[in-house]
Structures are given as C-alpha cells and as structure tokens.
Write a protein that binds this ligand. Structure first.
Ligand code: NDP
Ligand code: 2IT
Length: 460
C-alpha cells in the first residue's frame, strides 16, 4: 500500500515540476503578454493531476506545444475616414490549435486589442470549443480599431480593408471567424460581403453570426446569453436553487448581456442592473429590456440615456461600481478582468450565491479564489459562455447541408449542449479530486479532448 501511495506521490511531483517548468518557459517567452499569461496560469493550475495520471502527455510535450499558437498573423489595416484622412490600424488572427477541427473564434474590434488579448482569447477558445463536443479548433482575431463614434460608411470601409487581408487566411474548412466585442451583425455583413466579392463565390460557411437572410442561424444572436443562463440554471438546480424570484446583476449591455437579461427574466429573475464602459444603471423595478434593446441595438447609444425613459432608475458613472449592488446571482458579461479581488469580496459580503461568466475571463485569478474559498457557485467563462460558439458550429452544419433549422430546434440543441458541458465538467472535477470545482473540471474536460487528438496526430 505504502508503495502505491509513493508511486502516486512521485507521479504528482513529476507532473507538478513539468507544469511549473513549462509555465516558467511561457512567462520568459511571452514576458509582456499579461492577459495571455493569466489565461495560461489558470489552465496550467488545473492540469497537474491530469499529467500525474497520463505521463504520456508529458513525453509527448503536449503542454509545450499547446501554448504555442500554430500561427499568428498580424497585418496593417489602412482605411480612409469621412474627412479623407488616412488611418492605420493593426489587425490580428491567431490560429491557435486546429487538432479537432478548423480554427474557430470571434473577431474583436476594441482600442485595447493587442497580441496578448488575442492570444488569451484564442487560448481559451481551444478548450471552450472542445467542451462543446463539436469539431472546432481554437482561434481568435481582431483589431485595435475603435468603432465608437464612427459613421456607418467608415465602419464599412474599415471592415472591407480588414477582410481584404484576412481573406487570405480563412475558409470554411480552414478558419471560421464570428463576432465578439464591437463586431455584430453589421460588421459581419460587411466582412462577409467583401470576402464574397474577393473570392467570387458564396462560401457561406466561412463566417458565422451571419444574418438569417443570407445563411445565418436562427438563435445565434441569443445563443451566448441564453446559453450562459442555461448553464447557471443547471448549476443552481444541483443545489436546489433557481433564477425564480432571485435578484440578478448583469454587467455590459451588448450582445451577451442583453440575451442573458432576456433569459434570466424569462426564468423569473429580477435583473436590477446592467452597464457599459461609462457606468451602470440601477433599476430596482427590474431593467426594461425593450428600452435597453432600442438604446443599444437600434440607436447605438450610451446606457446613461436609459434614465430618460425610466426616471426612477439611477445612473452611476464608473462601470465597476455595479458589483456593489447586492444580488443573488452575478453574471459578468462585458469584458476581461472586470471583477477584481475587491469586487469579488463585495459580492461575497452581499451574499452572492452564484457567479456565471458570460464574458471571457471577466474575473481575475484572485477574484476566482475569493469565490471558491467562500463556496460561491462559480461557472467559468469557457464553459458558461460556450453557447455562442456552439450555435456557430450549428450554423456551419446548416450551411454545409444547405438546410435551415427553426429557432426551437437550435435552442433545444443549445440547451442540451450546455447541459452536457455542465455534466462533463462536474464529472471531470470529481474524477480528478476537486469535486464541485468547475474551473478545474472544465479545464480538464476540454484539455483531454484536445491532448488526445494531438497525441494521435504526431509531433506537429
Ligand atoms: P458587445 O460589443 O456586444 O458588448 C460589449 C459590452 O461590454 C458593452 O456594453 C461594452 O460597453 C462593454 N465593455 C466592453 N469593453 C469594456 C471595458 N473595457 N470596460 C467596461 N465595459 C466594457 O460584445 P459581446 O456582448 O459580444 O461580448 C461581451 C463579452 O462576451 C466579451 O468578453 C466577449 O469576448 C464575450 N463573448 C462573446 C460571445 C459572443 O457570441 N458575442 C461569445 C462568448 C463570449 P461599451 O459599449 O461602452 O464599450
Ligand atoms: O468568445 C467566443 O466564444 C465568441 N466570441 C464566439 C465565437 C464564435 O465563433 O462564435
């Protein structure tokens, strides 16, 4: 018996030193890529027991290979503004891991975009996409272009220039982009149009999130927000809790946020707050979704305008203040690192029961520790927000078969997928000795699928 325990200890020690050694190399090689290193650290932390049980992954150099993107493309995006002035932005596409399917992941337009942010998003996407159970690899792209305040014509010219370069690297079996922050139906339309024009064919599966009139899937617009609520609902039900009658705070007021609010309200929750980068709204009667949709989807206006129609509501400047509002459930759906340790402590102090990440990496590593230490139910982004990319893969399936499914068919599959991700993550956490820890569970479940495919395909 003592022998067995010693062997197990020895394997754990070796696994631990392997993970530490590779992490050290990654930090040296990518010293200034703060967000990328944060995402790597979170995943690496979870994987020691996997390497202890599967030493063949160590021999195969899986970790060294998986942290190095298969390809990083960086390019110039020149365009001309409405005043005739020449502007230059930087474009990116990182094709991180294609071992289980074509690279798949969104495009983000935001002034903060740089190589580190695209790499963190691409790295997360590998495991998220594997968790969906569909055949999609991990990729991500974007630009430091700021869509705020730009005219429609400027947006179009920028998208066309961006796609003129990106078109060389994508294809329905190669790499399939979609939307993310700052990229919605309008931008996807312009990019798809330019791709079609350059190629001279209608390759509908080259982009997802398309309008339903030209190859898009019903339910893709709603998928990330709905999926996040479905996932959190599973997690709550396991503990005898539910959305019904609960008070919910949802940050952001973009695509993910709006449809998370819609589904949470449908499940009987009162959503009392949402935000944009300028500040947040507190509406004790519950956010009026019609007003919010009109403001954000039609007028493309700021959230502060909400109080004009609902004078009883309050607008407060500074988006991070939203976490000071007492709630049962918090769904961060805006951006990375929007919940720091201090905000996490505030949520815990106010008795939050569950946190579900609609955004990518919205909680810092310290914030996650605060949630886990205080037994807050915690749904990590790569599991909870996988509904968007999952329905993107359903869009690809419809494009390949030239058949469109109705909304209910897509929504039903989305529910199933989110339930499977939840069950698989719970099971992996249990199997590897961290019951209830969905961070560990989802990292391990996603990782094993990709690692096994990498093993079989040889050292590439
Ligand atoms: P949108 O552009 O539609 O909305 C983003 C929202 O977040 C806006 O309200 C925006 O406010 C706010 N926001 C953006 N950056 C910041 C910032 N630095 N500080 C404070 N607020 C900010 O994007 P999505 O809703 O599509 O994406 C939201 C999150 O969800 C992102 O993390 C994205 O990666 C993730 N995600 C998206 C998926 C999708 O299908 N779209 C799928 C899975 C994850 P403002 O308008 O003022 O900038
Ligand atoms: O972060 C994400 O998963 C997305 N932005 C959606 C990606 C996709 O390909 O639908």
């Amino acid at each position: 018996m003592a022998m067995v325990i010693n062997m197990k200890d020895e394997r754990l020690r070796k696994a631990n030193s392997y993970v530490n050694k590779v992490y050290e190399e990654v930090t040296k090689r990518n010293a200034n890529e703060v967000e990328f290193l944060q995402a790597v650290k979170e995943i690496f932390h979870s994987l020691t027991p996997v390497f202890a049980r599967n030493p063949q992954y160590i021999e195969n150099g899986i970790l060294e290979r998986i942290v190095e993107p298969e390809r990083v493309i960086s390019f110039r995006v020149p365009w001309v503004d409405d005043y005739g002035k020449v502007k230059v932005n930087r474009g990116f596409r990182v094709q991180f891991n294609g071992s289980i399917g074509p690279y798949k992941g969104g495009i983000r337009f935001h002034p903060s975009v740089n190589a580190s942010i695209i790499k963190f998003l691409g790295f997360e996407q590998i495991f998220k996409n594997a968790l969906t159970g569909q055949a999609i690899g991990g990729g991500k792209g974007g630009s430091d272009f700021d869509p705020k305040g730009k005219s429609d014509a400027e947006i179009m010219r920028f998208c066309q220039s961006f796609m003129t370069e990106l078109s060389k690297y994508i294809g329905s079996d190669v790499d399939v982009p979609a939307g993310d922050i700052g990229v919605g139906a309008r931008e996807i339309g312009y990019m798809f149009g330019q791709y079609r024009r350059l190629r001279g064919n209608f390759d509908s599966g080259v982009f997802t999130g398309k309008g339903v009139g030209y190859g898009g899937s019903l339910g893709r617009t709603e998928a990330t927000g709905y999926g996040c609520v479905y996932f959190v609902n599973e997690m709550l039900q396991d503990r005898g809790l539910s959305f019904e009658g609960s008070t919910v705070v949802i940050s952001g007021s973009g695509n993910v946020s709006i449809y998370a609010i819609e589904k949470a309200q449908e499940f009987g929750a009162k959503v009392v707050a949402c935000s944009d980068s300028g500040g947040y709204i507190y509406d004790e009667k519950g956010i009026c979704l019609d007003t919010l949709k009109h403001l954000k989807e039609v007028e493309r206006n700021r959230i502060c305008e909400y109080v004009k129609e609902h004078p009883h509501a309050q607008y407060r400047e500074g988006s991070e203040g939203i976490w000071s509002i007492p709630c049962d459930i918090a769904l961060p759906c805006a951006t990375q690192n929007e919940i720091d340790e201090e905000s996490a402590k505030l949520l815990v102090k106010n008795n939050v029961k569950a946190v579900g990440e609609g955004a990518n990496m919205p909680s810092t590593l310290d914030a996650i520790d605060v949630f886990l230490e205080n037994n807050v139910l915690f749904a990590p982004g790569k599991a909870a927000n996988a509904g968007g990319v999952a329905v993107s893969a359903l869009e690809m399936a419809q494009n390949s078969s030239r058949i469109s499914w109705d909304f209910e068919q897509v929504d039903e599959q989305l529910k199933q997928i989110m339930m499977n991700i939840y069950r698989n993550s719970v099971q992996a956490a249990e199997e590897y000795g961290e019951p209830g820890n969905l961070v560990v569970g989802s990292n391990i479940a996603g990782f094993i699928k990709v690692a096994d495919a990498m093993m079989i395909q040889g050292i590439i």
